[in-house]
Design a protein around this ligand. Structure first.
Ligand code: GAR
Length: 203
């Protein structure tokens, strides 16, 4: 049996939590050697919290604050404290739709991962699948990257390409991208763990 301590992932999400579910599946099937002590959301009605409760994982909801797209520094500090309380090693953003400005990045330098639904650096920001459709490109995809202060700009760890097909609607395209996300994210997290990349600031 592997007696090494498992890497503890703190998962943050605002939505239905399908990436979180894929990560949980990978842990359950032994493809990802990690544990998730806590799932945190900025929305108390987020599906990701329901999934976490079903999986008997602790949950926390952030204070609402005054802004919709980012967290006030005090709230971001509370978020960092919550992650520390659960001894989280690596922070996994899985559809967390608030921009992180500072306190969390300072508390977890080089230890925060994000998945974005485009082939970065193309189509940063909101609803990247709609941006790709509107741009008329024939291919998009998803990207896992380190989180840095500039949004959707940190070093890229992995990407999967997804074709855009005639007749695609935003919903159909996003669903196809999400299938790729569910393969890519657990694989990249495992590779970060294998290479111990979360233990020191990456270059
Ligand atoms: C995912 O498609 C993820 O790439 C996207 O939110 C969705 C969350 O889905 N994230 C972003 O757009 C971040 N900029 P989920 O809640 O089903 O995992």
């Amino acid at each position: 049996m592997n007696s090494r301590k498992r890497v503890l992932l703190g998962v943050l999400g605002s939505g239905r939590g399908s990436n979180f579910a894929a990560i949980l599946d990978s842990i359950a099937s032994g493809r990802l050697s990690a544990s998730i002590p806590v799932v945190i959301s900025d929305r108390e009605d987020a599906g990701i919290l329901e999934l976490a409760r079903e999986a008997k994982i602790q949950t926390a909801v952030l204070r609402q604050g005054r802004f919709r797209t980012w967290l006030e520094p005090e709230i971001e500090e509370e978020l960092a404290q919550c992650l520390r309380r659960f001894q989280v090693d690596l922070v996994v953003l899985a559809g967390f739709l608030r921009v992180l400005k500072g306190p969390l990045l300072a508390a977890y330098p080089g230890k925060i991962l994000n998945i974005h639904p485009s082939l970065l650096p193309a189509f940063k920001g909101k609803e990247a699948w709609k941006q790709a459709l509107e741009a008329g490109v024939t291919e998009t995809g998803c990207t896992v990257h380190w989180v840095e202060p500039e949004v959707d700009s940190g070093p890229i760890l992995g990407q999967e390409r997804v074709p855009i097909l005639p007749g695609d609607t935003p919903e159909i395209l996003h669903a196809r991208i999400q299938e790729a996300e569910h393969r890519l994210y657990p694989e990249v997290i495992q590779s970060v763990i294998d290479r111990k990349l979360w233990q020191g600031i990456h270059s």
